[in-house]
Write a protein that binds this ligand. Structure first.
Ligand code: FUC
Length: 956
């Protein structure tokens, strides 16, 4: 095979030139925007995770709410982490390994689990310490608040009364719940008797009377009586509750007006909504049903009734091709427009505020954060926010972060007093925000002086006009986004009508069971958009929320879970032509080798390197803190599969030369770690888990620790196979290849259990939770391809049984994985049904809700859509392998196939009418294309294409 030593990607200039041409010639979108590339709404967002719209440039991110009187822009930078490096390895853990294995071989799983818990987990608390410990947590950078001038004063809601909701004497959980609900239902009613309630008085956000610490799980109802005059009623109407509330609901005069969200509310404003239609002149009762959800603390600490935000023609949108979020509305005869984007060329976020009449932009801007920050003036037109996260260790400095804001105005004036920036009567105001930290690691910016770096960023960007900044940004973004296009259509008038509705209304149409194929196209495009903007080359890999996170203690620390989640993030990368956005993950994998080699020695006395279930930006590779889930050691080989996949799509030997030693190190570890099960003679991993799942042994033990779970064996067959193929490609390591082949043949095989299912464990244990979200034992069906309907029909049938038994409904990412499984079984309708459940279960902003927001489901859903249209595993390019009936017509361009090909396709009435296979980088150009049950071998020289028309089985 030919060796390419040129860069793996097209020269950027060429891409940019092409993209610029496209920008210039594209027709303008209609009012509602292109339904496959526009998210839009007719009201502001209330919830960060379910409604706000994300913009990003791979490193910097913002969530746009579009509030009229108060715009909160939640800011992120991809290295804002707490924690620090420590040694999490348990010294000498390997001396316990023989005993753990002995117990497992003797079938004493529960005892083995106990011993693993005592002697074979990480030290230092692992991820449990979260934001406060050395493990750390990816956190918000802060918030940019824009409070527009108003001549109406807010009313602070300070005088509350509360009552605890308690259910003494009831120990049945569902009865407890029903009783709590009953009490809450009573307590929020307008005329109820408040005798015996405790006064709870606030002043400036602090409790001055009735202060009390509420424990996790404590539930209380708070009530506030508010007298409003007719005049006040005309001018006030937005209720705000912040920042300490947790799970619960808000009631106005007995009407349920919305939720106080759970995870997302780790301190930020948690409720903001126009409640004017529920208010009356005279006495009003505002009630909050509030439960402390994840942290002990106070009840809501600040609430106000703010000016009404009556507008006409309000529109909040995100254009995925431009990567620009826009807010537009009319107020008192003036049309206001805001635009927001995060520029990769300039490394700043850009926010522009303007109106169609001069002198209308007047507001106060501020930068804040939930904790650990100071904001000060930065010259006469800027603010500087600095701070430090907690390192989790007393002698170690936390990471320093900086956000710097600069205002550039046209007309009017700008001034700064203290930590506030005022814009008065400007025609237009552009806010530039730069941010950086001093994180030094495997990726990210790696600057030691974030104060200086942000000053440089701002100075550079401030030298350009808004139009220049915007057009450079759009061109650069499109150089990624326009690599692929998609159109899905069912030819129905109703679908076209639905497609032109605001995005939240399209979701409602979907929930009614009606169709809107272009919503799936939008979801697909959104997945590409999110990947481009959370994982550009050189940036940190996309974490559990990409780069978007709110709060200090974020869900699961917003880290990298390597037993499905971070891998799923990258499933769409190669097939949608975003192989370069895959590279941040490779940097993470590369960085795990060194700590992973120490872990391999300390726990297994093994060569090579290993990482288990979770990792962070501090090089964590030890087992997790609990035996029940922390012992899976195949996180690292699963990661290594991504290295091979990247090679397989591009056939770039330079990349393989770089990646192979990493893969080899992972294989070396398992050659040492595997043991022989004397009962069968098979090689198995021990100890391990089938990710996060529990079983029951025939003698009644409930355990999670086991040997040789099916997933491990599948991953190792894949790793060893890939290493053999890679070493062959590179013409090296013949002896090692032989060792791998010999061991590979002895790995415990896939087995079919007593229900006809793919067995999840080495033994046919009973599952304690049949519908568990992880379906790890189908790894061999997807992403690996050792189970296919064509090559292993019996196993494929068993995989079907497994999926039926697991059932469809689950958490976000789990449904996304199931959609992918069904595509590999060529059941497009079932995949479509799962995809629909996934989309419906997401937020109004289409962000996948685990819940809470977890981005893996977006990426998994995007990959599933690609797999419905094109598959290329096992050396065969399959056109429309799992097309659902719901998408009879469509067109896709730019999808990538393994081997180095790019495919465009158009289909009508479920049949391909036109397809092009281009050889982008295959050295030999020989490929097999399969469509409609017919496989053809064709030759496509490098740089050329083959076109298929009519029945695509017959190349022209
Ligand atoms: C794994 C999953 C959970 C969640 C977490 C981030 O532990 O089992 O469902 O997605 O990762």
């Amino acid at each position: 095979m030919e060796t390419r030593n040129s860069s793996r990607y097209k020269p950027l200039q060429v891409v940019l030139a092409v993209a610029a041409l496209v920008v210039a010639t594209m027709p303008a979108h209609a009012e509602s925007g292109d339904p496959a590339t526009t998210l839009w709404y007719s009201r502001p967002a209330q919830s960060w995770q379910r409604e706000a719209l994300p913009v990003g440039n791979g490193r910097l991110g913002a969530m746009i709410f579009g509030g009229v009187g108060h715009e909160r822009i939640a800011l992120n930078e991809d290295t804002v982490w707490s924690g620090s490096r420590v040694n999490w390895n348990r010294q000498g853990a390997s001396k316990n390994l023989p005993r753990i294995r002995e117990l497992l071989l003797a079938g004493k799983n529960a005892e083995a689990e106990k011993l693993v818990n005592e002697t074979f987990t990480c030290v230092g608390g692992g991820s449990r310490g979260g934001a406060r410990g050395p493990w750390g947590c990816y956190q918000e950078l802060g918030n940019l608040h824009i409070v527009w001038d108003s001549d109406v004063e807010s009313i602070q809601l300070n005088e509350w009364k509360y009552k605890m909701i308690e259910t003494p004497g009831i120990d049945n959980i569902s009865q407890q719940r029903a009783e709590s609900e009953r009490q809450v239902g009573e307590a929020v009613k307008v005329g109820m008797d408040e005798t015996g309630w405790t006064d709870y008085v606030l002043d400036g956000g602090k409790a001055v009377k009735g202060a009390r610490v509420f424990k996790i799980g404590d539930r209380a109802v708070l009530r506030h009586h508010l007298k409003l005059t007719k005049e006040q009623l005309d001018r006030l109407g937005v209720l705000r509750v912040s920042p300490e509330a947790r799970n619960g609901r808000v009631f106005v005069n007995g009407n349920d007006v919305g939720w106080l969200a759970g995870w997302e509310s780790v301190g930020n404003e948690v409720f903001r909504g126009d409640v004017s239609r529920f208010l009356v002149a005279g006495e009003n009762v505002i009630a909050i049903d509030c439960m402390r959800y994840r942290q002990t603390g106070q009840l809501p600490l600040s609430a106000s009734l703010d000016p009404r935000e009556d507008t006409q023609r309000y529109r909040r949108s995100l254009d995925l091709r431009d990567a620009v979020a826009t807010v537009e509305y009319e107020k008192d005869g003036v049309t206001y427009t805001r635009e927001a984007f995060a520029s990769a060329p300039e490394q700043v976020m850009v926010f522009r505020f303007t109106a169609n009449k001069p002198g209308k932009v007047s507001f106060t801007a501020s930068l804040d954060r939930l904790a650990s920050f100071q904001t000060q003036a930065d010259g006469t037109a800027g603010l500087l926010m600095t701070g430090q996260t907690s390192s989790g260790q007393s002698q170690v400095e936390g990471l320093k972060f900086v956000a710097r804001l600069r205002a550039i105005h046209t007309g009017g004036k700008v001034s700064v007093t203290g930590d506030k920036l005022r814009a008065e009567s400007a025609d237009e105001l552009v806010l530039l925000v730069a941010a950086a930290t001093d994180y030094q690691g495997f990726a990210g910016r790696n600057t030691r002086d974030p104060v200086a770096a942000t000053a440089d960023d701002i100075a550079r960007a401030a030298g350009k006009s808004f139009a220049q900044l915007r057009s450079a940004h759009v061109t650069e973004h499109r150089s990624y986004f326009d690599r692929v296009s998609i159109r899905l259509d069912d030819g129905k008038e109703e679908s076209r009508t639905a497609a032109n509705l605001p995005t939240d209304e399209r979701l409602a149409v979907l929930a009614k069971g009606e169709s809107d194929p272009s919503l799936a196209a939008l979801y697909f495009n959104y997945g590409r958009y999110l990947l481009i903007n959370s994982s550009r080359p050189g940036c940190m890999p996309a974490n559990l929320q990409g780069i978007w996170a709110e709060g200090i203690q974020t869900p699961w620390n917003c880290d990298y879970h390597i037993d499905i989640n971070v891998q799923m993030n990258y499933w769409p990368a190669e097939v949608t032509g975003l192989g370069d956005c895959h590279t941040p993950l490779f940097k993470l994998i590369e960085s795990l080798q060194k700590p992973g080699a120490e872990t391999a020695k300390e726990y297994y006395n093994a060569d090579g390197w290993v990482a288990h279930v979770i990792t962070n930006v501090w090089g964590f590779t030890a087992p997790g803190e609990q035996a029940g889930w922390g012992a899976t050691a195949t996180g690292s080989p699963w990661l290594c599969d991504h290295l091979w996949e990247h090679y397989d799509y591009h056939r770039d030997k330079e990349f393989l030369k770089w990646a192979y030693p990493i893969m080899k190190g992972s294989a070396e570890f398992f050659l040492d770690m595997l043991i022989t099960d004397p009962k069968t003679g098979w090689l198995v991993t021990a100890p391990s888990n089938s990710p996060e799942n529990t079983f029951k042994t025939p003698d009644g033990q409930v355990a999670r620790i086991c040997m040789g779970p099916t997933m491990d064996m599948q991953i190792l067959r894949e790793l060893f196979g890939n290493c053999i193929a890679a070493a062959k490609e590179l013409g090296i390591d013949e002896d090692f290849r032989e060792r791998l082949s010999a061991s590979r043949a002895k790995l415990a095989p896939n087995q079919i259990g007593r229900h006809g299912q793919i067995q999840e464990w080495l033994e046919d244990y009973e599952e304690t939770e049949l519908q568990h979200r992880h379906v790890s034992h189908l790894y061999g069906l997807h992403p690996y391809d050792e189970i296919t309907p064509e090559s292993t029909p019996e196993l494929a049938k068993a995989a079907r049984v497994t999926l039926e038994r697991r059932s469809d409904a689950s958490t976000g990412w789990s449904m996304a994985w199931k959609a992918n499984f069904w595509t590999r079984l060529h059941d497009g309708n079932r995949a479509h049904s799962l995809l629909t459940m996934l989309i419906k279960g997401g937020g109004r902003n289409l962000l996948c809700q685990h819940a809470p927001f977890q981005i893996d489901g977006n990426f998994g859903g995007t990959a599933a859509i690609a797999e419905m249209l094109l598959q290329s595993h096992g050396g065969v390019i399959r056109l429309l392998p799992a097309l659902p009936d719901a998408w009879p017509n469509g067109k896709v361009t730019g999808l990538r196939a393994r081997g180095g090909y790019e495919v465009d396709m158009e289909w009508r009435d479920g049949k391909v009418i036109h397809a092009t296979v281009r050889n982008v980088s295959s050295p030999d150009g020989e490929c097999v294309v399969r469509y409609g049950g017919v496989a053809k071998k064709i030759a496509v020289p490098k740089g050329e294409s083959r076109v298929f028309t009519g029945n695509a089985g017959a190349p022209k």
